[in-house]
Design a protein around this ligand. Structure first.
Ligand SMILES: *[C@@H]1O[C@H](CO)[C@@H](O)[C@H](O)[C@H]1NC(C)=O
Ligand SMILES: *[C@@H]1O[C@H](CO)[C@@H](O)[C@H](O)[C@H]1NC(C)=O
Length: 351
């Protein structure tokens, strides 16, 4: 009995295999654009994953971002990657519809960019989520890039550190129990930076628990538990640029359930992404002392403090960790991309 079941399942698998082979073959014959190697790849891929074989867009990651690897072709349904095939195999360069260049992996020498002749309809996608001072040698990219992907709202593919989504029925939020006042996690302590100088002023009026290098330890696994005990979180950006609002704001403060006190681009810039009653901006106060007084007042006035959470009955913050989410946006964007576009001077925009 056991033996017969096995034979049967082998037979069925073999039939699926044959069916997929013919489907791939027909597809290959129909499509002028899809190369055999790709059809074979998608064929092999679907034999494992049981997904459709109609790959029409090959997306080549020229490198893993900073060397970090993650599963490809594995995206949430909301990102719909049907018809796309992601790969890091550079042998597919000449059949790739898009090549994704992560800036920091290609910016130190022009030799780091693809050297082979460029197929005429291929898009080069510039990907970067570092702020301008951490984005060297932008001129290497002049007249090469077709589409941009970054945290800038006006990128061709807008890929922020976090965003808000409407609540579904099952989403409910309760303010986490609060036992402490203000936290700040900081790795790069630069005494000349605006954020450290602001802190030096602020600490004269209230005490801030500081986590990170040379401060209180904050292992990744303890992050949520630790930071959610605080009523406020200092979401101070390391540099001030349009739309440069990082995971400090989205994850450390909002996702973990505290009220962000932000130092970054102007208030209106934050309000492009999030309701105005969800955060406190240092620019709302003429001095750090005034900010401190306001914080201490909110600390005593539970009702006023809770006002900062009202928006959460409608919306919730999302801030995925890792790189995959950025790349998952590319498939859909590529299908909707302008037929022709080249960015002549990236550095004139990204500053
Ligand atoms: C890359 O693709 C080429 C051509 O399809 C194939 O021969 C090769 O085995 C692939 N390499 C890897 C590491 O998958
Ligand atoms: C991308 O930019 C290159 C370089 O300027 C250009 O030759 C090519 O036509 C552009 N491709 C698309 C699809 O816009």
């Amino acid at each position: 009995m056991e033996q017969r079941k096995k034979t049967l399942s082998v037979k069925i698998t073999f039939q699926i295999f044959i069916a997929q082979f013919f489907l791939s073959f027909i597809l290959f014959s129909l499509s002028k654009h899809v190369k055999l190697s790709v059809v074979m790849q998608s064929f092999l891929y679907t034999s494992i994953h049981q997904e459709p074989t109609d790959v029409s867009k090959i997306i080549l990651l020229w490198s893993w971002p900073f060397g970090y690897q993650f599963p490809l072709n594995d995206c949430p349904p909301s990102r719909d990657i049907s018809g796309c095939f992601y790969t890091t195999n550079r042998s597919l360069y000449s059949s790739a519809d898009a090549v994704v260049l992560h800036h920091r992996d290609v910016c130190y020498s022009s030799k780091q960019l693809p050297q082979m002749p460029r197929p005429p309809n291929q898009y080069w996608i510039w990907f970067n989520i570092e702020s301008p001072p951490h984005t060297p040698n932008l001129h290497f990219m002049d007249n090469l890039i077709n589409l941009t992907m970054s945290y800038r709202y006006d990128s061709d593919i807008f890929s922020p550190y976090g965003w808000l989504e409407p609540n579904l029925k099952e989403d409910s939020f309760a303010i986490p129990p609060k036992t402490k006042l203000i936290a700040w996690a900081i790795t790069n302590w630069n005494p000349k930076s605006r954020r450290v100088q602001y802190y030096q002023e602020l600490k004269n009026f209230l005490s801030v628990d500081i986590y990170g290098r040379q401060h209180l330890p904050l292992p990744k696994t303890e992050e949520k538990k630790t930071l959610s005990q605080y009523k406020f979180y200092l979401a101070f950006e390391n540099s001030i640029y349009e739309d440069y609002i990082t995971e400090k704001f989205w994850r450390n403060a909002l996702v973990y359930g505290s009220v962000p006190i932000v130092l970054g681009p102007p208030r209106q810039n934050y309000e492009r992404f999030i309701p105005k009653d969800s955060f406190i901006h240092v620019d709302d106060f003429s001095t750090a002392e005034d900010l401190a007084k306001y914080i201490l007042r909110l600390d005593r006035d539970q009702k006023a403090y809770q006002q900062y959470f009202t928006w959460r009955s409608r919306l919730h913050p999302v801030s995925p960790t890792g790189w995959k989410g950025h790349y998952c946006r590319i498939c859909k964007a590529l299908k909707e991309a302008p037929k022709r576009k080249t960015i002549s001077k990236l550095g004139e925009w990204y500053k």
